[in-house]
Ligand binder design. Structure first.
Ligand SMILES: Nc1ncnc2c1ncn2[C@@H]1O[C@H](COP(=O)(O)OP(=O)(O)O)[C@@H](O)[C@H]1O
Ligand SMILES: N[C@@H](CCC(=O)OP(=O)(O)O)C(=O)O
Length: 385
């Protein structure tokens, strides 16, 4: 952890940031009746526009598609079933961006929409693509507006909340700071509804989070509550990006480095966004048990995992999903994107690549998990209770 930076210096660094990712949650963009609050949206745009006018590049991650889709579909509450939520997001996303386009235009600014899936931040070819588009938008002076592509993402490869997406995007664009805006003015030592809960002004290590009670239950419209926010914080700070978590009302003060919300000190060195996701956030779908030789090869840091080194397959997964790689004693060693379905792997186990090619044909001699798609499992630096 970076113990050397004082909170005052850390806040000053936020104010001096040249590139900032600002994430606003559904809870801050929604009225009491669950519908989109255009006033709240306009207030946020005003704040972002002021920073843009001061020469700061801002990438906006915004929730609110489902909320914006409720009224046009005659719905009174956030839909519980996936298909209706997808439909609401589809209808709402266009309206949401139209509101942003209008609001930013009144400040002389243009916006560009990007709808991302978790896959776009995991797969090399795709995150490079997203990275290139974002860089170009920023070069052109456009404010990128990002949301998850809710209408088409599958449950397996879905963030659900926009908190972790914000951290991965912060990393993707090499942001100098990330601001998470929600309906509470910071991290509290217990759920803020509890009498006596107190705001925590700064967090600089995992120890600072010990004893803090956070819940995954958010507001009635948000998803993930404080748990996914702390996941997001862990992703960003471990990639060297400081974070301020505060309410939308305090957004401008946070961007100016004032003492508002909770400031999280950055630590750690930069990895790739994908390896961050693999190591900290991805949901795994099964396990591959490795023999001792394969464990050594994987831990050596250079080798891919071959079928010859796998002794058992557990769980059901499709090619492209994330699995745990475990040692013969069951200890997790690494995580990676597997390139076969669980159904086809058992027949391949223990065979050399030459045998695989001879018996099953071209293509079957590929690695089970390619080195580029694999991260070693380390102890998590920040863990909330
Ligand atoms: N320790 C805590 N400190 C602050 N907020 C907490 C804590 N534990 C749970 N929460 C809840 O997290 C909620 C914010 O999460 P969420 O509704 O998902 O927001 P958003 O839509 O902004 O992502 C707050 O309304 C708050 O009730
Ligand atoms: N992508 C969804 C937002 C999901 C959600 O509620 O996220 P969050 O507000 O970050 O808890 C939407 O636009 O409605």
């Amino acid at each position: 952890m970076n113990q050397h930076v004082s909170a005052v210096e850390g806040r000053a660094a936020i104010a001096a940031a040249r590139r900032v990712v600002v994430k606003i949650g559904s809870s801050s963009l929604t009225r009491a009746d669950g519908h989109l609050s255009v006033d709240a949206l306009q207030q946020l745009v005003e704040v972002v526009a002021r920073r843009r006018q001061a020469g700061v590049e801002v990438v906006l991650i915004t929730s609110g598609a489902v909320a914006a889709g409720l009224a046009p579909l005659g719905l009174t509450a956030r839909p519980k079933d996936v298909a209706t939520a997808q439909a609401a997001a589809s209808v709402g996303q266009g309206l949401l961006v139209a509101r942003y386009t209008e609001a930013f235009a009144s400040h002389g600014l243009r916006v560009g929409q990007l709808l991302l899936t978790a896959d776009d931040t995991i797969r090399r070819a795709r995150y490079r693509n997203a990275q290139r588009a974002l860089e170009r938008l920023l070069d052109l002076g456009v404010v990128p507006i990002i949301n998850e592509n809710d209408a088409v993402t599958t449950d397996e490869l879905r963030f659900g909340d926009n908190d972790r997406l914000a951290a991965l995007v912060s990393h993707l664009v090499r942001a100098d700071a990330m601001i998470l805006l929600t309906d509470v003015d910071g991290l509290y030592d217990a759920p803020p509804s509890r009498p006596g809960a107190r705001r925590i002004a700064e967090v600089r290590s995992a120890e600072d989070l010990a004893g803090i009670e956070v819940t995954g239950r958010g507001s009635s419209v948000g998803t993930g509550g404080m748990l996914t926010k702390l996941d997001s914080v862990r992703l960003a700070t471990s990639a060297g990006i400081p974070v301020v978590l505060t309410s939308a009302a305090n957004a401008h003060a946070a961007l100016l480095g004032e003492d508002t919300g909770t400031w999280f000190s950055a630590f750690g060195k930069k990895g790739t966004a994908r390896s961050l996701w693999l190591a900290h956030a991805a949901r795994t779908h099964g396990r591959l048990v490795l023999d001792d030789g394969a464990v050594r090869a994987v831990l050596g840091g250079k080798a891919s995992l071959l079928a010859a080194g796998v002794t058992a397959v557990e769980g059901e997964f499709a090619s492209g999903e994330v699995v745990d790689l475990v040692a013969p004693d069951g200890q997790a060693v690494a995580r990676g994107i597997v390139s076969f379905d669980s159904g086809e792997l058992p027949a391949l186990l223990g065979r050399t690549t030459t045998e695989l090619k001879e018996k099953f044909g071209n293509g079957y001699d590929r690695t089970v998990v390619h080195r580029d798609d694999l991260v070693l499992v380390r102890r998590r630096p920040v863990r909330a209770g």
